[in-house]
Ligand binder design. Structure first.
Ligand code: GRF
Length: 217
């Protein structure tokens, strides 16, 4: 027995990622760097994940994700939330962008906006979020700092289906990540993101299997 082993753990363990003869048709929402968006596109392009990433929508005209979409040659629309007086009005406009793509699922890959039933009810059980903590611990926008401050020794990341309550909804897959004594927000985020980039394609495939079983391929 190795008493000092200090590894990340992904659960559930997926031996073989679910395959789809017709690729999952996905849209991605992002607000920031877009590294999870990039990882998802990479997984689809290297045939690890059978998915067709049809478009990216961002809410922030300054975000790096826009540049990633350009590099990856994926259609990107910026819908600035500051031009809308309510979340619902914003989402009505967002739906106008998404609907023509006939998406099977929507992936919130660093989407820093609370979503409401206006969006959720159009994609029941078909919106996926990635969050940098072991949910249900440390919900919200400051989860990494909260985990460090709480003194927990293990944190992680979670891919889950979206419900109206923030960072809630059925959990698809999680990865655990040890917190080191020397960790800062930056160093911990970097290690969390390595695991996020692994579990996001897996979480999407788990959800995709469920969607296809519900409605047949
Ligand atoms: C990720 O850590 C994700 O968990 C959180 O926002 C971050 C987005 O990172 N919701 P990126 O924009 O994908 O690099």
């Amino acid at each position: 027995m190795n008493y000092t082993e200090n590894k990340c753990l992904i659960s559930p363990h997926i031996d073989r990622i679910p395959r789809f003869s017709k690729p999952l048709k996905l849209g991605v929402l992002a607000s920031g760097k877009g590294s999870n968006f990039k990882a998802l596109v990479a997984a689809s392009r290297n045939s690890y994940l059978d998915a067709d990433i049809s478009l990216l929508v961002v809410n922030n005209p300054e975000c790096e994700a826009i540049r990633r979409a350009e590099e990856l040659n994926i259609s990107c629309t910026c819908l600035d939330h500051r031009n809308f007086s309510s979340r619902e009005l914003y989402e009505i406009e967002l739906l106008k962008i998404l609907k023509p793509f006939a998406l099977e699922g929507l992936v919130m890959a660093g989407w820093m906006r609370i979503v409401t039933s206006t969006l959720i009810e159009e994609y029941p059980n078909r919106i996926i979020n990635i969050h940098p903590s072991l949910l249900p611990s440390f919900k919200g926008a400051h989860s990494i700092n909260q985990a460090i401050r709480a003194g927990v020794k293990i944190t992680g990341c979670t891919v889950h289906l979206v419900r109206a309550d923030i960072d809630s909804g059925p959990i698809l897959i999680q990865a655990s990540i040890p917190i080191l004594e020397t960790d800062t927000k930056k160093s911990l985020l970097a290690r969390i993101q390595v695991e996020e980039h692994k579990i996001l394609p897996l979480g999407v495939a788990i959800a995709g299997k469920y969607w296809r079983e519900l409605r047949v391929e």
